[in-house]
Design a protein around this ligand. Structure first.
Ligand SMILES: Cc1cc2nc3c(=O)[nH]c(=O)nc-3n(C[C@H](O)[C@H](O)[C@H](O)COP(=O)(O)OP(=O)(O)OC[C@H]3O[C@@H](n4cnc5c(N)ncnc54)[C@H](O)[C@@H]3O)c2cc1C
Length: 435
């Protein structure tokens, strides 16, 4: 979205003359600002304010809601499906192009853990974030209403696997929200809940550095969160999380945030990939040895020209993705106008992470911040980054309102089954999982 947005600004005269066309193919008609997903899960930001509608922002582009299935760059052709082709059972459609920007991001990196496919919950999309919020509140309702102590115990046990941004922030925000919500239950107390973070390495949140990572562990442990370093999950079959340190936790919630891997679409192209499956790119964001193909973001292995060690790649994060997109837009415009290309050079400035309302950790521009100042910085930073003035204003308004009123603790799980009530009224059966 950022590349197309930048291009539509840069190529205004050409677009007016009809000399160029920018086509964006995306499975969703919106862009998701992922760093806000934990706050959306906590209810601090409405789901629709975490996303940016492509058609509105990219008003000079042609937006196709569809999924690219393969790219034959030798023939300058991409094949894609749309909702209509899928519904009609038709084959993929082809589109030809002059310049290709391939930026499908990454997908969750899963391991063959028994039971994971059946019970695991991801945390990469707005649907997953809101689904998880509803699920956590629903577990509190189950615990509050059951007479079976085993069901209650499993409902109040929440296991998060993976201690990067997504896992730590999601756990921090949801635990904070659930702790707050517990005051409205007569028989569920914050102390009754078990929150467990399982991390295979010896540290969490590497993005904020070793010292702040250690601080984060100590803060989470102070909140009674069971942080288990150098531990792996072996199974979550039959709704029991089995860890390799011998612990077993009956649970109805296993959130999988154990890293990402490049999108599988990359393998369905004739473009060069590195050993980790990322698109091999130059510092100008061009695909190596494939003229007129470009890459950026999580999917692209872009050399980090600011790193001391040669061969270092830019890490897959929003900090690089958003900045690369801008340079990429400039470089495509420069190519069309036969001007020289610029290198992408951005020195990683560190990171900010939220651990719940008024709690955070940050290590940016060499400065280390903890608690409220870090949390505040997290909000200021991401507010400055979330695209469009419209979204910035709405997010800010929500934060101000939630500061004035009590926190939202409602679960709208039934939104996931909107026809359930009517189906029942019409004589059908309740769909599984609906109330
Ligand atoms: C919960 C969470 C919190 C995070 N917090 C931070 C943070 O605080 N700071 C930070 O720097 N980074 C953070 N990140 C990482 C950051 O969000 C990603 O690095 C960034 O979004 C990568 O951008 P991207 O454009 O490469 O991919 P994405 O943002 O994933 O965008 C890829 C797009 O391609 C689309 N797509 C996929 N397949 C196809 C297809 N076949 N055809 C067409 N389109 C397709 C997808 O639908 C998506 O819209 C976080 C990530 C998560 C999940």
């Amino acid at each position: 979205m950022y590349t197309a947005l930048h291009l539509q600004r840069k190529l205004k005269p050409e677009l007016k003359q009809g000399a160029v066309e920018i086509v964006v193919i995306s499975p969703d008609p919106y862009m998701t600002y992922q760093p806000f997903l934990p706050e959306a899960a906590a209810g601090s930001i409405s789901p629709r304010h975490v996303v940016v509608p492509l058609r509105r922002v990219l008003d000079k582009c042609r937006v196709i809601v569809g999924e690219v299935r393969s790219v034959d760059h030798a023939k300058r052709t991409a094949s894609f499906t749309t909702l209509a082709t899928v519904e009609e059972g038709a084959g993929p459609l082809d589109i030809t192009y002059d310049e290709l920007v391939l930026a499908p991001g990454s997908i969750s990196r899963t391991l063959p853990v028994p039971g994971l496919a059946d019970y695991g919950i991801g945390f990469k999309t707005v649907e997953e974030a809101i689904g998880l919020r509803n699920h956590v509140i629903e577990q509190m309702d189950i615990a509050s209403s059951t007479r079976d102590p085993a069901v209650r115990d499993a409902a109040l046990t929440f296991v998060f696997v993976g201690g990067g941004y997504a896992g730590v922030e999601a756990l921090g925000e949801l635990e904070d929200m659930a702790r707050y919500a517990a005051r409205y239950y007569h028989n569920v107390k914050a102390e009754d809940m078990k929150w467990i973070l399982v991390e295979a390495s010896g540290r969490i949140l590497p993005e904020v550095g070793a010292e702040m990572g250690k601080y984060t562990v100590s803060q989470l442990r102070k909140r009674n969160i069971d942080v288990r370093l150098e531990t792996r999950i072996e199974s979550c079959e039959d709704r029991v999380a089995v860890l390799d340190d011998g612990a077993r936790f009956p649970t109805r919630t296993v959130v999988w945030t154990a890293g990402v891997k490049p999108h599988p679409l990359l393998a369905a192209t004739d473009l060069p990939l590195n050993e980790r499956g990322r698109l091999k790119c130059t510092a100008e964001l061009a695909v190596e040895g494939a003229p007129h193909a470009w890459g950026a973001g999580d999917a692209a292995a872009v050399p980090d020209v600011t790193a001391a060690e040669p061969g270092t790649e830019c890490a897959p994060n929003a900090q690089h993705a958003v900045r690369q997109a801008k340079v990429l837009g400039d470089n495509i415009a420069a190519t069309l106008r036969q001007r020289p290309l610029q290198e992408y050079a951005h020195k990683y400035v560190g990171s900010v992470a939220s651990l719940g309302l008024h709690k955070g950790v940050a290590h940016v521009y060499g400065r280390k911040l903890k608690g409220y100042p870090a949390w505040f910085m997290h909000r200021v930073y991401h507010l400055s980054r979330v695209p469009t003035v419209n979204r910035k204003s709405r997010v800010l308004a929500e934060w101000i309102l939630s500061g004035l009123f009590k926190r939202e603790i409602v679960s709208l799980g039934s939104l996931e089954h909107p026809r359930a009530e009517f189906e029942l009224a019409a004589g059908g059966e309740r769909p599984k999982g609906s109330r």
